[in-house]
Design a protein around this ligand. Sequence first.
Ligand SMILES: [Zn+2]
Length: 160
Amino acid sequence: MEIRVGIGFDIHRLEEGRELVIGGVKIPYEKGWVAHSDGDIFFHALTDALLGAIGYGDIGQLFPDSDKKWEGADSSIFLKEAYRIVKEKGYSIVNIDGYIILQKPKLLYYRKKIIENTAKILDIDVSRIFIKGKTFEKIGEIGEGKAGMCEVVVLLRKGE
Ligand SMILES: [Zn+2]
């Protein structure tokens, strides 16, 4: 059996009047992501982690933000494509772990929904995915609610 680990990171600014989408789940809040696509930091970090684990490239290479095609795009498209490549290379997901740093709103209420939605998209069991919601203790711009960030680790396996 071969195992591989991948790590992904993402950050987006938050502004009023935009949608806050995390793990494909729309979260009611006064602010949302400033991004070329829907700005889903969890799916972006996870996409990068999957691609990084197999040394394939990164999200910016596969889906350049200079491409009009991805304007306002549903980021599950990026995630699905990265996972398709991972499976094509013969790997499957052992587990995904990550954290999301947002000063507001509290992510705890949405965690189950985010995990369930991600598991559905990847067609894996919910027990293989976990995320933690953290604040930035009011430090700096993330702490002031001007941005949110996410870091994700994924473990892949191939063969018995
Ligand atoms: Zn992003």
